[in-house]
Design a protein around this ligand. Sequence first.
Ligand code: NAD
Length: 249
Amino acid sequence: MADLEGRIALITGAAQGIGRAIAEELAAAGAKLALADMNEAKLKETVAEFTAKGVEAAPFVMNVSDQESIEAGVKAIVAHFGKVEILVNNAGITRDNLMLRMKRADWDSVIGINLTGSFLVTQAVLPSMLKNRWGRIVSISSVVGRAGQAGQVNYSASKAGLIGLTRSLAREVGSRGITVNAVAPGFIETPMTAVLTEDQTKAMLATIPLNRKGQPKDIAQAVKFLASEAASYITGHVLDVNGGMFMGA
Ligand code: NAD
């Protein structure tokens, strides 16, 4: 499906894991890639792999916890590609601990990167989408933002916050041809979850009706759908991609 032929897509946190898989999926549908990450070495490696396969892709070193870095990065992307049509807010981190032990710094960094970072990147690309009267914004939330998770008040709050941001912005910009949606992944096999112990992994798997970890491609396909013409009448939606782990409203 070359549904995204020539569309310019900015993906944050694209150097590895889910972000990289999203880049692959969007490129396969014909998109041109502006790939952003704070890990410069890995980002350049990833972009080199894409360009070797004939994909039009460029690296933009960007730290989404730093407004200046975001503004400079988006400016460079617009100078390079002319516009941004698809934004995927994917960069995210965890700093887990129980509430009573959680350090203020760990609260601040998770909210700063996962939520405020997405707010700032979205604000920086919105003028380009408004000008073109077409846009797709997809933010990567989490099952934890839907259902909660002991030991993750910071992460859960950031991911639930993204859902509020998504629904409010969808109402603001719908009349301009811009859709705003979120994907809420469950337990996906990436470097982020590789740090879990065998016991933690086992306990997690026991809660998944489809009885397997998700793969980054499972999330990437959902993002591609929301970015496509096929999803042009869907906005303010949160798409659960979690193997049945959470089936709430
Ligand atoms: P990952 O740790 O494998 O990759 C995250 C990428 O984001 C890395 O390349 C990292 O360098 C980049 N990044 C981190 N902080 C950044 C910053 N300040 N500025 C720019 N880039 C930054 O993680 P992943 O598992 O691929 O997760 C991707 C997204 O999916 C995250 O938002 C995560 O919260 C979400 N998610 C993951 C899972 C899962 O099970 N893996 C589940 C639900 C949601």
